[in-house]
Design a protein around this ligand. Structure first.
Ligand SMILES: NC(=O)c1ccc[n+]([C@@H]2O[C@H](COP(=O)([O-])OP(=O)(O)OC[C@H]3O[C@@H](n4cnc5c(N)ncnc54)[C@H](OP(=O)(O)O)[C@@H]3O)[C@@H](O)[C@H]2O)c1
Length: 214
């Protein structure tokens, strides 16, 4: 079982690829710059070159599952949010449908279901994430949608909460998110679920025993 990581050179993507390599779980990193390849090869992760604004479909060859953790980032304009977070995600979902990919794990974001309730500067981003999630739910591909709160670079605690009201704070460690992605891939029970993620007290190992289907 090989997993294509879309957005592999991002902060979550790099942690995810490292953890997967350490756990002997086969992943392929989708990169858009050849200079990014050396790092991944040094940790034993194979790579493919592709761009969500161009061709990437060949990178899916031989993969069974896909993690989408790409994003245009906060330093680009709304045009890139549309092209990457929305249309890039939709194109990946369509490519997965065409190839009978077994599971897609989507890194979305908390609170995207009500874009107009978000801060004005974030509303277009929430719309992009919400519509990408809806396209994935309507797709023929089994999927897990993970919705982190504010991402931090703190090391993993191995513990999260999935109910914002069940604890304090609105942050989640990127490393905890990466561990949740791996857990989603390991547990078929994760399929069909939309799961909010914040740092908390529940061991990630028990995540799928505690979440309910949305
Ligand atoms: N920041 C937050 O608090 C927050 C909260 C919830 C959810 N999220 C979401 O979490 C996800 C991952 O976050 P992160 O911090 O790991 O993001 P990140 O470090 O910004 O990584 C994003 C990745 O997407 C890639 N990418 C951008 N445009 C691309 C294109 N045209 N083709 C292929 N790849 C492309 C980037 O490639 P390059 O390395 O080549 O630039 C980068 O590797 C994102 O979807 C983000 O929206 C963020």
């Amino acid at each position: 079982m090989k997993t294509l990581v879309v957005g592999a050179n991002g902060k979550i993507g790099r942690i995810l690829c490292r953890l997967a390599a350490e756990g002997n779980k086969p992943v392929r990193a989708l990169l858009r710059d050849p200079e990014q390849q050396a790092y991944f090869h040094s940790i034993g992760v194979e790579t493919a070159l592709g761009d969500l604004e161009g061709a990437f479909e060949a990178s899916l060859e031989g993969c069974d599952r896909v993690v989408f953790t790409a994003g245009s980032g906060g330093k680009t304009g709304g045009d890139k949010t549309l092209l990457i977070d929305l249309y890039g995600a939709i194109r990946v979902i369509e490519a997965c449908e065409a190839r009978d990919i077994e599971q897609v794990v989507m890194v979305s974001a908390m609170n995207v279901e009500l874009p107009l309730a978000g801060p004005p500067a974030m509303r277009h981003y929430f719309v992009a994430k919400k519509l990408a999630d809806e396209r994935l739910r309507a797709s023929s591909v089994a999927h897990t949608i993970l919705r982190p709160g504010l991402l931090s670079d703190e090391p993993a605690t191995g513990k999260v909460r999935t109910d914002a009201a069940a604890g304090k704070g609105y942050k989640v460690s990127r490393e905890n998110v990466a561990l949740c992605i791996l857990a989603s891939l390991d547990h078929p029970e994760s399929r069909g679920q939309t799961i909010d993620l914040l740092d908390g007290d529940d061991p990630i190992a028990t995540l799928f025993a505690q979440t309910s289907q949305h």
